[in-house]
Each structure stands twice: as C-alpha cells, then as structure tokens.
Design a protein around this ligand. Structure first.
Ligand code: AMP
Length: 172
C-alpha cells in the first residue's frame, strides 16, 4: 500500500482554500499502482457473491467499473442530476465543499441483489451516506460494504454511515 500512497498527490487549496485535494491521477496513470489498487479490492471482494458494484460519479466509476470487470459482476452508476436518461430515484446531501443531489435509475437494482458501493475518497461521509440511503430507500438489496481508495479519518466520515461497514485501502 505504500507505493499506492506515494502515487496519490496532495493539491493544497483545491477546489477552494483549506481543502487538501487528494489527486489520484498519478496513481491511475501508472499501470503498477492502478493494478495494485484494483487487485487489493479484488482480493477482498472475490467470492463474496456481489451482483453489482455501485460507483458514485465521477471517480467512483473508474474504480467501480474496473473492479466489476475483475469480479465478473455488473456495474451500476449513481450520477449527478440530469445525467441519467431513464426514470430515477434521487437523494440530496452535503459535500466537504458544497451540496449536491445524486440519482440512480429506478430499474438499476433487482430485489435481493448484493451490492458493493465504491468511491475514491471517504471525507465527511455525506456522499456515501446519501448513496446508501438512495439504495436502502428504494430497493430491497443488501449493501455488503462501502469501499474507498482512501479515507480522511480525521473527518470521521464512517461515523455518519449508520453502521454500514467501511473498507479503505489507505487512511490519512
Ligand atoms: P464526502 O461526501 O465529504 O465524503 O466527500 C466525498 C466525495 O467528495 C468523494 O466523491 C470525493 O471524490 C470528493 N472529495 C471530498 N474530499 C476530497 C478530497 N480532500 N480530495 C479529493 N476528493 C475529495
């Protein structure tokens, strides 16, 4: 995990003063660290009966789609408003910087499916809490866990997730 950690770059004061943005682009552009990341998730989730990996826009798509492919399961998108073309369910939430709404297609998850939620960063927990609520309020599915490349532990985001299990490759 040390090489993975080294490949994530801190960008101070982006997108606004006081935020230290965790830039994953160096990690993604290096085939070794990209593979380490996806393989670490695969090691944890292979054989767990996951039907679909649910990725949160936008960086959750990168890790979610790659992991779904390597697990041999489906991939589902949670997107920002107005992006999904079919009928949607919605949830509004607060970010570390600002507020937003997320949507999912009404036919995205089937009753009884086991899902894994994935995103790049767990910060305040608002986004993934909203994603979990979106799933719980609208579908009869089992959320196995919420998975992240990294967790900003000092923001205590996992305490906001109502007991949803959390797994992070890297913790700051
Ligand atoms: P939160 O809802 O506060 O847990 O924020 C998580 C979302 O915001 C994730 O989708 C991240 O992509 C993004 N995010 C929040 N804080 C940061 C950060 N310091 N660096 C990079 N991305 C962040």
């Amino acid at each position: 995990m040390e090489q993975l950690k080294q490949a994530i770059r801190d960008i101070p004061d982006f997108p606004k003063a006081g935020i230290v943005f965790k830039d994953i682009t160096p990690m993604l552009s290096n085939p070794e660290t990209l593979a380490q990341c996806i393989n670490a998730f695969k090691d944890r989730y292979a054989g767990k009966g996951i039907d679909t990996v649910v990725g949160v826009e936008a960086r959750g798509f990168i890790f979610g789609a790659a992991l779904a492919l390597s697990l041999g399961c489906g991939f589902t998108m949670i997107r920002k408003p107005g992006k999904l073309p079919y009928k949607t369910f919605q949830e509004t939430y607060s970010l570390e910087y600002g507020t937003d709404t997320i949507e999912i297609h009404q036919d995205a998850i089937q009753t009884g499916q086991k899902v894994l939620v994935i995103d790049d960063v767990l910060a305040t927990g608002g986004t993934v809490n909203a994603a979990a609520s979106l799933l719980k309020n609208n579908f009869e599915c089992e959320i196995l866990e919420a998975a992240f490349v990294m967790e900003l532990g000092f923001l205590n985001g996992r305490d906001k997730l109502g007991g949803l299990p959390v797994f992070s490759l890297i913790t700051y």
